[in-house]
Design a protein around this ligand. Structure first.
Ligand SMILES: Nc1ncnc2c1ncn2[C@@H]1O[C@H](COP(=O)(O)OP(=O)(O)O)[C@@H](O)[C@H]1O
Ligand SMILES: [Mg+2]
Length: 273
C-alpha cells in the first residue's frame, strides 16, 4: 500500500509504522503499517491469531514493540506507558470488560481519571477550589453519561450484577468520562444481545458524530462492521492484508483466502480427516 492509496485520511490521528513484536518464536506482529483517519470509525478485522489484540496492546502502551513507531496526533508516542498515552487522549477497552464489579455503576464512572489527571496532578492539588468545581462538573457528566446509555435503572447497582451487554455499555461510559481523541474498542459486540447491540452501535455512532471521538474497533460481527465502520483494515499473520470500504475488502482475493484458510482448518477440525 502506498501513500496515495492511503490519502483518504490527509492528517491521520494515529499512524502505526513498521511495528514488529515477537512472543518467543511467534511473530505476532510482522511489520504492521496502518493509519487511522481523524474522525473516522475504522475497523480492524482478521482471522483469530492475526495479531489484532496484540497491536492494541502496542498502541496503548501495554506491550513494547521490538521495531517500529506509533505516532499519535503527529507525536511519536512509542513505548510511552498507558497513563501517559491516556493523558494524550488515547483510551482502550478490553475484550473482556474491565469494570469494577464491586462498585456501583455511578462509582465506576467516577473512578475514571479526569481530563486533568496524570501530568497536571500537582497543579490540581494546589487549586482545591477549582478541583471542587471540576468534581461537580465531573459528577454531572457521569449523570449525563448514565442517561445517554440508558443505564439509569441500574445506576446504583453493583457492576458485577450487570449483563454482559450492560458491562460493555458501562465500558463505553467510562470512555465518555474522558476527553479522549482516539478510542480503541476490542470486540465491543461480543456477548451483547440484539437490543443492547443496537444501543451500543447507536452510541458509538453518536459519540463519533456529536462528541468527536475517533474509533478503531476490533470486531468479529461483520454486520456490525459493515453498518458502522469505514474504512475496514484487514490483518492476517501479523500484517495488514487489505484496507478500504467493507465492500472492496470483502471482494479482495487475499482477504477471502485468509478467512477461507482459517475456515477450512475449522471445518477439518469439526469434520475430522
Ligand atoms: N501473551 C502472549 N504470549 C504468547 N503468545 C501470544 C500472547 N498473546 C498473543 N499471542 C500470540 O500472538 C498471535 C496474535 O494473537 P492476538 O493478537 O491475540 O490475535 P487476534 O487478537 O487477532 O486474535 C497469536 O499467535 C497468539 O497465539
Ligand atoms: Mg483478539
Amino acid at each position: 500500500m502506498n501513500g496515495a492509496e492511503r490519502s483518504q485520511s490527509a492528517t491521520p490521528i494515529l499512524v502505526v509504522d513498521g511495528i514488529e513484536l515477537r512472543f518467543g518464536g511467534i511473530r505476532a506482529l510482522d511489520g504492521v503499517n496502518l493509519e487511522v483517519g481523524r474522525g473516522s470509525i475504522t475497523a480492524l478485522i482478521g482471522p483469530n491469531g492475526a495479531g489484532k489484540t496484540t497491536l492494541f496492546g502496542v498502541i496503548a502502551g501495554f506491550l513494547r514493540p521490538s521495531r517500529g513507531r506509533v505516532v499519535l496526533g503527529g507525536e511519536d508516542v512509542t513505548g510511552l506507558a498507558p497513563p501517559r498515552l491516556f493523558a494524550r487522549g488515547l483510551m482502550r477497552t478490553f475484550q473482556i470488560p474491565a469494570v469494577y464489579e464491586r462498585m456501583t455503576v455511578l462509582d465506576n464512572l467516577l473512578m475514571v481519571p479526569g481530563p486533568q489527571a496524570g501530568e497536571n496532578l500537582l497543579t490540581a492539588v494546589f487549586a482545591s477550589r477549582a478541583v471542587n468545581r471540576e468534581e461537580k462538573a465531573f459528577r454531572e457528566r457521569a449523570e449525563r453519561v448514565i442517561a445517554f446509555l440508558d443505564l439509569a435503572p441500574v445506576r446504583d447497582n453493583y457492576a458485577g450484577q450487570l449483563s454482559g451487554g450492560q458491562k460493555k455499555l458501562l465500558e463505553l461510559g467510562r470512555v465518555m468520562m474522558t476527553d479522549s481523541k482516539v478510542v480503541l474498542l476490542d470486540e465491543p459486540g461480543a456477548g451483547v444481545n440484539p437490543t443492547l447491540m443496537k444501543k451500543l452501535t447507536d452510541s458509538i455512532r453518536r459519540l463519533n458524530a456529536e462528541w468527536g471521538y475517533t474509533f478503531l474497533i476490533i470486531e468479529h460481527d461483520m454486520d456490525l462492521v459493515a453498518a458502522l465502520c469505514d474504512p475496514v483494515i484487514v490483518m492476517a499473520e501479523g500484517k495488514v492484508l487489505a484496507q478500504g470500504p467493507m465492500a472492496s475488502v470483502r471482494a479482495n482475493d487475499a482477504v477471502r483466502e485468509a478467512y477461507l484458510g482459517s475456515r477450512s482448518v475449522a471445518e477439518r477440525v469439526v469434520a475430522g480427516p
